[in-house]
Design a protein around this ligand. Structure first.
Ligand code: DAH
Length: 343
């Protein structure tokens, strides 16, 4: 009996490794193991030589063996059928492979790239700075000294205090770093991630993305600022909207303004997105405050400049009519894959 069991085991491992690429090969397997003169039958014939008290046990082993061979045959038959072409047998190596799912760029990256390329056409170069900043570059050099009330609008995450290190609240810190280099004229845009200590909602998050712009040279005027931004919004949103500049306040610019466009979602008649005003704010801007130039060692009698800053999320939401900011960081593929074909 021991010998018989060993024989069955070795047949089983043969069966396990058997392969068939054509239906003929699968049939050959059937004949070899399951045919009338096949090995399963042959082993079953040995039953008569097994001692009576062991027959029950042996019967079970035989049954399992038979089932094992039958199952394998079914698998081989199905596998060989799908490997064959309709016209002939054998593998058709010209059949297409399995399609791999394609990834896509994140909408924030798409819009950032678009903003960058619009300004690059106007001669702006890309500059970058660290996300962990010191107090000087994020606040003080930007005319926001300690205890300035405007700091409250940009509550942030402090990494250490005295000396203060923090997660930058805006990309305006990169302006300072570029001005400190002292190479004039400056014409840069600075895309990057920024952080604020805000409660997460459909309109606010503890991090988001901005693009800062800075142009410093001799005789730069507010007219240059307006024309540059006018060109930008037309390239970004087309020509089918109204535009307005509203006087505003930023410590780093004087005069300062905010730029609004008529709401692209309701066409200006009023909806939730524009808070029923018909207008949506898209960026802050102004003429660089002379204090900033002096803070960075630039002669404010000789040079003037303009700066602007915008949130990439805001622009993306308007462009694609997305109503909830949280969608950008949830990474739900159903949302992300809608941008596969976008430019
Ligand atoms: N830093 C401002 C913010 O985060 C945006 C901004 C406004 C940047 C006016 C500028 C500017 O450069 O001139 O709210």
């Amino acid at each position: 009996m021991e010998e018989l069991l060993q024989k069955i085991e070795s047949f089983k491992s043969e069966i396990k490794n058997a392969i068939a690429t054509t239906s003929e090969e699968a049939e050959a397997f059937r004949i070899k193991y399951l045919g009338t003169k096949g090995l399963v039958k042959e082993v079953m014939g040995e039953m008569k030589n097994v001692a009576t008290d062991k027959r029950r046990e042996f019967g079970q082993v035989l049954n399992e063996f038979k089932l094992f061979a039958e199952e394998k045959f079914e698998t081989l038959k199905a596998g060989s059928a799908s490997a064959q072409t309709e016209t002939g047998d054998g593998l058709d190596l010209s059949l297409p492979g399995d399609a791999l799912p394609l990834g896509s760029r994140h909408p924030i990256s798409l819009v950032r790239n678009q903003i960058v390329s619009i300004f690059q056409r106007l001669g702006f170069a890309v500059a970058e700075g660290p996300e962990i900043e010191d107090d000087w570059h994020n606040f003080t050099a930007l005319n926001l000294p300690e205890n300035h009330p405007a700091r409250d609008m940009q509550d942030t995450f402090y990494i250490s205090q005295n000396p203060d290190w923090l997660l930058r609240t805006h990309t305006s810190s990169v302006q300072v770093r570029e001005m400190e280099k002292g190479k004039l004229p400056i014409r840069i845009i600075c895309p990057g991630r920024v952080y604020r200590n805000e409660t997460i909602s459909a309109r606010a998050h503890c991090f988001f993305h901005q693009v800062e712009g800075l142009y410093i040279a001799e005789n730069v005027s507010f007219a240059d600022l307006k024309q540059t931004l006018y060109f930008f919004v037309q390239e970004m949103f087309g020509k089918d909207f109204k535009l307005r500049f509203r006087p505003s306040y930023f410590p780093f610019t004087e005069p300062s303004a905010e730029m609004d466009i008529s709401c692209l979602i309701c066409g200006g008649s009023g909806c939730n997105v524009c808070k029923h005003t018909g207008w949506v704010e898209i960026l802050g801007c102004g003429m660089v405050h002379p204090n900033l130039l002096e803070n960075c060692g630039i002669d404010s009698n000789k040079y003037t400049g303009f700066a602007f800053g915008m949130g990439i999320e805001r622009i993306t939401m308007l462009k694609y009519q997305i109503k909830d900011l949280r969608l950008f960081s949830e990474n739900d593929v159903r949302f992300l894959k809608q941008f596969t074909a976008a430019v």
